[in-house]
Structures are given as structure tokens and as C-alpha cells.
Design a protein around this ligand. Structure first.
Ligand code: ADQ
Length: 475
């Protein structure tokens, strides 16, 4: 039987599915590797003076991991540089924040070549190779150069930008051409798939025939494979002891007030400042809600080495402080802003205690918080999800209150509607959302992608039904 070799920039399988603070990607990949016996390859997160290509093999949480150290210059140019200062902002429609420095591109190529040279000897003849995310786009092309003939797939966790944005990237053509070394290229949404197709047809002038691009004698299948969560496990977690304690603690502190909850990695793509301002708009438009509601925002700092992240942090401290200063009373604080990570089971209890889940990214590949919020709800008294139309999750979750996160009025109106929504409507919406979250869970995602990767030459189409609303760049 063929093994599955998963490759991603960082390798961090959770030691225990219940208590880890690992993000969505880590949870999803660990689940895939437990199902198919396999190896997870990537950067250790450590740097050494001189790159040696030495692999450290370990077993973590039932998963075999193969780690390699990089040099400090690699970290600066490939990780902090090209991945986080060039591709991340560009792919999240923040061309204004994207840095185009030649050394970043060189570091990116160098590290992908180093990964390929280190990984190639580990690949057996029948192994399937599944490469993840924007850090590693050219990896298959590097592996092919070394003679690797295995089936190789790529999944992009973040959005694919519009054609005009993509062409602001120097060497955009060379980068996209490396993607034709894959057998399967997967995106989160139809929106991203369409944007990629547009680039392929108009910039590379290649035809796409029934989801397949043919170039240089190779066929590359492209498709939408929306990622999910471990939905049933997460729903179960929400009723267990630690979650119940977290639920009770939050409910006690609510003192009968309704809670709006945001949970995010601290990132400018998540729309946190716009969210705080929309919540302020609610207090302005509906002063009757003041003292009867509060916003709990949990935001874990990330990528502190990148200046844009230090700036967003400082801005959020300022905006939340100003709103609290303007509206607080002796026994009510409008925004509780918490900057730390939580165990997943604690988080499940906090989600369950919230009457409203507020997920308002300006751009997001999928957004697993939206799905976790739904999975954690009490079926007899569920909360309401308010969701940005620019989260990939919105393609599947049309029973949420869908908003434009750039519009304070629209978001504030949806908050008012969510807070006042009758139980019957809450249950009906939640049931439909939950059925979707359960059906399109992380196992379904993994199985669809691996089936597409296995099948040669053409798997069954994996496209989503068309969304009821066109979501591409229309706001
Ligand atoms: P992220 O941008 O990291 O992932 P997201 O999908 O929202 O975003 O996942 C965040 C994960 O981190 C969730 O599982 C959440 O529970 C967890 N998390 C966030 N804050 C936390 C906290 N304070 N404590 C504990 N856990 C916390 C990228 C893409 C997304 C895509 C995923 C998966 O940017 O668009 O959905 O990959 O493909």
C-alpha cells in the first residue's frame, strides 16, 4: 500500500486532539496522517549556522514526523520574507502591505530546493505526496527536477488572488508555471478556483478542459476541496468536563448579559479593527443594548517578527481602549480583549457560551472558527453565526447571517438581528449549518483530496454546487 507523505512549512501535530492549542491546519493534517500511515515532513522551526539537510525523525501524537533545520538567512528570506511579507498579504488582497524584494524570492527558491533535495530520498515508489500551502508552491517542480515521478498534490489553504493582483508579483508567471508540475492542485472554494482558472487561461493562455490543464505532456487536475473540522469530535468536546467548566465560568461572568465572541489568530486579514468598530456602531445605533451585551475577543498573537503584525496589535489595543473608555460604566466593560491561546476543549466551552459568533475576516481561505462555533452549540439553544462573505466558509454556510465586513452598518444590523433572533429561527439555521459542518468534515476533505490524488488520469469532479451569491471581489 502506498504511504501518504505530507509536506508543510511547519510540522506541529497536536500531542492530544483534546488539549492542544494547535490551529486548524495542524489538526487537519494530523487526522489525515493517523488515517493513512505516513510521514509529515517540514521545517523544525529551528535554525542552525549551516544547512546540513539532516533529518530528525520523531513520533508525535501517533504521527511520524521528519524535521529539518534551516539557516537564519532562510528564515528571514523564505519565511518572514517571501511567505509572510510577500505571498500572505498579496493573496489576501493587501498588495499595499506586500514587499517585493529580490532576496526574498531567492531565499524562497533556495529553501524549496533544499526541501526537495532532503525529501526526495524519503519518497518510496508508490508513495503519494501531498504538499500544503503557499510556502511550498514550487516544491513539486523541484522534486520533478530530481526525477521524482510519484503523484504529487498541492492544497492552498489561503485564497487565490484576482488576476490583476497576481500580476503585481514579480515573476508571477514562473511561480504559477511551477504549479503545473503537480497532478492535483486544490483550492478551498469555487471563488479561488475560478480566479486561478482565469489566470491560467488569460496569462498562460492554456485551456482548462473539464478541470484539467494539459501542459508539457502533464495533466494537472484543479478543483475546490473545502476543508472542514473534526466536527463530531469537537461537538462531543463541547459537552465534556473542561468545556463545561469553561462554559460555566463564562456564563457566570456574563451576569445575564449576551456575549458576542470573536476568536482569531491576530492577523490583519481577520478584520478585527473593522469588527470592533462595527460593534461600536451597534452601541451607537441601539443604545438599549449597552450594558446588556459585551464582545469577548480572543486573539492569539502571531508572526511578531513582521512589522505589520506589531502595527495591527498596537492599533487594536488603541481601538479597544478607546471604545471601552468611551462606553464603559462602573460594572460593564463593552469589549473584553484577551491575547492568549486556549486549549481546544476550553475554547469549545467558550464558543458554546456565546450567543453570537462573530467571524468577519476581510479575506480568508476558509475560516475554521466559523465551523467550530457551529459544532460547539447546544442544539436546543444555539447561538447565531455572523459571517463575512469574504471567508471561504461563506460558500458553504449560507444559513449564517452573511455580512460585508467593510460595512459597519451592515455588520451592526446583523448583530442586532442575531441578538434578538427567536429560538425557532436560531434552531432552524443552526440545524442546517450543523448538517453541513458534519457532512463536509475534515475526513471528507482528506478523502476527497487523496482520492483525486490517487486516481489516474481523471477522478470524479469534486466541485461544489455553485454558490447562491457571487462572492468574488464584489464589495
Ligand atoms: P488560519 O488563518 O490560522 O488558517 P482559521 O481557519 O481560522 O485560520 O483557523 C484558526 C485555528 O486556530 C482554529 O482551529 C482556532 O480554533 C484556532 N485558534 C485561534 N485562536 C485561538 C486561541 N486563542 N486559542 C486556541 N486556538 C485558537 C489557515 C487559513 C484559513 C484556513 C485554515 C485551514 O488562513 O483560511 O481555514 O488555514 O485550511
Amino acid at each position: 500500500m502506498s504511504r501518504l507523505i505530507v509536506v508543510s512549512n511547519r510540522v506541529n501535530p497536536p500531542a492530544d486532539a483534546g488539549v492542544g492549542t494547535a490551529g486548524g491546519l495542524a489538526m487537519a493534517l494530523a487526522a489525515a496522517l493517523r488515517e493513512y500511515s505516513g510521514v509529515w515532513f517540514g521545517w523544525s522551526g529551528e535554525t542552525v549556522e549551516t544547512f546540513s539537510g539532516q533529518i530528525s525523525m520523531q513520533k508525535v501524537g501517533g504521527v511520524t514526523v521528519a524535521l529539518v533545520d534551516l539557516e537564519e538567512q532562510d528564515r528571514e528570506e523564505y519565511y518572514d520574507g517571501y511567505a509572510n511579507k510577500t505571498l500572505w498579504p498579496l493573496f489576501h488582497s493587501r498588495t499595499d502591505l506586500a514587499a517585493f524584494e529580490r532576496s526574498f524570492g531567492e531565499g524562497y527558491e533556495r529553501v524549496n530546493r533544499r526541501f526537495a533535495e532532503t525529501l526526495a530520498p524519503l519518497i518510496g515508489p508508490n508513495d503519494l505526496v501531498w504538499i500544503h500551502d503557499y510556502h511550498l508552491i514550487p516544491l513539486a517542480a523541484e522534486l520533478r527536477r530530481l526525477g521524482v515521478k510519484n503523484r504529487i498534490g498541492f492544497f492552498l489553504h489561503i485564497p487565490w488572488p484576482g488576476r490583476h493582483q497576481m500580476t503585481t508579483l514579480p515573476q508571477h508567471r514562473e511561480l504559477v508555471e511551477t504549479m503545473l508540475a503537480y497532478d492535483v492542485v486544490g483550492f478551498q472554494t469555487n471563488d479561488a478556483l475560478e480566479a486561478f482558472g482565469d489566470y491560467i487561461e488569460r496569462e498562460l493562455e492554456l485551456a482548462i478542459d473539464d478541470g484539467v490543464i494539459t501542459a508539457n505532456g502533464r495533466k494537472t487536475r484543479i478543483g475546490a476541496f473545502p476543508i472542514g473540522i473534526e466536527a463530531q469530535d469537537f461537538a462531543d468536546l463541547a459537552t465534556q468536563d473542561v468545556a463545561r467548566e469553561a462554559f460555566e465560568r463564562v456564563r457566570y461572568s456574563q451576569a445575564g448579559r449576551k456575549m458576542i465572541l470573536g476568536v482569531d489568530r491576530l492577523d490583519y486579514s481577520k478584520g478585527l479593527e473593522e469588527r470592533f468598530l462595527a460593534y461600536e456602531q451597534l452601541l451607537v445605533d441601539h443604545p438599549d443594548w449597552a450594558e446588556h451585551v459585551f464582545l469577548l475577543q480572543i486573539a492569539t498573537p502571531s508572526r511578531d517578527a513582521v512589522q505589520a503584525y506589531q502595527e495591527i496589535r498596537a492599533r487594536l489595543d488603541g481601538v479597544s481602549g478607546r471604545i471601552n473608555g468611551a462606553y464603559a460604566t462602573v460594572d460593564w466593560v463593552p469589549i473584553r480583549y484577551v491575547n492568549r491561546g486556549h486549549r481546544r476543549d476550553e475554547l469549545a466551552g467558550i464558543y458554546r457560551a456565546a450567543q453570537v459568533g462573530l467571524v468577519t475576516p476581510l479575506r480568508d481561505g476558509m475560516n475554521l472558527v466559523a465551523k467550530e462555533y457551529v459544532a460547539a452549540q447546544d442544539p436546543e439553544d444555539p447561538g447565531v453565526l455572523v459571517l463575512s462573505k469574504y471567508a471561504g466558509a461563506a460558500e458553504q454556510m449560507q444559513d449564517a447571517l452573511i455580512i460585508n465586513p467593510f460595512s459597519r452598518e451592515e455588520t451592526s444590523e446583523a448583530l442586532g438581528r442575531a441578538l434578538a433572533m427567536p429560538l425557532k429561527e436560531r434552531i432552524a439555521r443552526w440545524r442546517r449549518l450543523m448538517d453541513g459542518v458534519l457532512a463536509d468534515d475534515v475526513s471528507a476533505w482528506r478523502d476527497r483530496f487523496v482520492a483525486a490524488l490517487r486516481s489516474d488520469p481523471r477522478p470524479a469532479p469534486v466541485l461544489l454546487p455553485p454558490p447562491s451569491e457571487k462572492m468574488a471581489n464584489d464589495g
